[in-house]
Ligand binder design. Sequence first.
Ligand SMILES: Nc1ncnc2c1ncn2[C@@H]1O[C@H](COP(=O)(O)OP(=O)(O)OP(=O)(O)O)[C@@H](O)[C@H]1O
Length: 233
Amino acid sequence: MAQMAAAVRVEGLVKRIRDGRTRRTILDGISLTVERGELVLLRGPSGSGKTTLLALVGAMLSPTSGEVHLDGEATSRLRESYRAKVRRQKVGFVFQDVALVDTMSARDNVLLPCVPDGIGPREIERADALLARFGVASLARTEARGLSGGERQRVALARALMRDPPLLLLDEPTAHLDEERAASIAGDLVALAREGRAVLAATHDPRLTQAAGVARILDLHGGKLHEQETPAA
Ligand SMILES: Nc1ncnc2c1ncn2[C@@H]1O[C@H](COP(=O)(O)OP(=O)(O)OP(=O)(O)O)[C@@H](O)[C@H]1O
């Protein structure tokens, strides 16, 4: 059998932005691989570029130079229409502000990634199974605006998994969660990786780095990545 490509392979990624009259380097030559079955936590102080790196890895943003391969496919020079398709197939996102559509039910929010290809009974069954997996089945018909922060987080996680992507990207998944819910999200991330996904989560929450003891931890500062010693399992 041919060897499967890593879910994510990033090579020499540089991102510069225009800051008034000058150009500022946010990411300065990042290389990184995330295999299926791996949970990687990306740490770094506020403003260090974690969100920018997630957006580049998820092919939502183009790098200044360097390359991002998703499942073996180079994404940075693709036409946007095709890149959007790759993104839909390969990546599930959970954004920091959990961008649910407030006027839609939890179930309809979970079904959103399937709109381009059509929604039938199989999709509805999968959406309900995912809501049940994350303990929010009883809220399927509730409008998103009526959900608590923790419930929104779990609906967003269900939505990110709707198309069963090989890569899951999360930005501060435990922000605004109490101890119990933060530990539960950490357990979910470990389980999702064990099922064979690549999971990359940006966080500066020590509760997450402690609870997800099996994760690889990368520190981002000065535009560069520094790998931590893998903690004993
Ligand atoms: N489009 C943009 N235009 C101007 N500045 C930007 C842009 N995108 C990011 N930045 C700047 O780049 C730096 C990195 O931002 P980023 O949001 O990636 O950091 P972060 O580590 O995710 O921060 P936080 O933990 O606070 O979310 C910040 O200084 C930010 O202001």
